[in-house]
Design a protein around this ligand. Structure first.
Ligand SMILES: N[C@@H](CCC(=O)N[C@@H](CS)C(=O)NCC(=O)O)C(=O)O
Length: 206
């Protein structure tokens, strides 16, 4: 059976389990990383030299990098929705997946860690303020895109929405002041209506 190695409060693990449940692919998940540890052990590093989660084991393959895993899952197991076969249309969504890692995650990671995993007395107000400003700008870009099309990859839900959707949950639930972004709010409301998102992502922040 397909195996996901990674704790369920990791946004990158959540991408994978959300996608698997959207696709209806059976899987097992084992807790690795964070308080569970194991991700710096030699056996784990031999599979994933980054020592990060998630790692996916499937049909003799060892896969890491959450967005690459999303592409693999959708291309391998899709029954006609999450994966866009046309390369041009697929690139419309894929650019948001690369953007999620290079633009959205860099400010969202410190913003989340400061608010949720750092005791108040050890927080860095300047880091929190600059991260909030950068994340607000990034979500503003998503809002502009979502004002033009219903989903990030075009007219239907794809893995691009999965990649950015996990961070939207954090953005919407952190105790921060958010700019009014109506198209983003509408997209987020539609994500919240999906049972797999409810089960894998809407589980609180920890
Ligand atoms: N670019 C990687 C990033 C993976 C990553 O940073 N994972 C974090 C959790 S979200 C991690 O492994 N942190 C260390 C730990 O959990 O012990 C991906 O998209 O898979």
């Amino acid at each position: 059976m397909l195996t996901v190695l990674g704790r369920n409060n990791s946004s990158n693990v959540q991408k994978v389990t959300w996608c698997l449940e959207e696709l209806g692919v059976p899987y097992e998940r084992r807790d690795v990383g964070g308080a569970f540890g194991g991700n710096k052990d030699a056996a784990y590093l031999a599979m994933n030299p980054n020592g990060l989660v998630p790692t996916v084991l499937d049909q003799g393959r060892v896969l890491w990098e959450s967005n690459a895993i999303l592409r693999y899952l959708a291309a391998s197991y899709d029954t006609g929705s999450l994966w866009e076969p046309d390369p041009g249309r697929r690139a419309e969504g894929e650019k948001w997946m690369d953007w999620q890692l290079s633009v959205l995650a860099p400010p969202m990671t410190p913003l989340f860690l400061q608010h949720i995993r750092t005791p108040p007395e050890r927080r860095d107000p300047l880091l929190m303020a600059t991260s909030l400003e950068r994340a607000s700008r990034a979500f503003g870009m998503l809002d502009a895109a979502l004002a033009r099309s219903a989903w990030l990859g075009g007219e239907r839900f794809t893995v691009a929405d999965v990649s950015c959707g996990v961070l939207a949950y954090r953005w919407m639930n952190l105790p921060i002041e958010r700019p009014a972004l109506p198209a983003l709010a509408d997209w987020y409301a539609r994500l919240m209506g999906r049972p797999a998102y409810q089960a894998q992502v809407m589980i609180g922040l920890s």
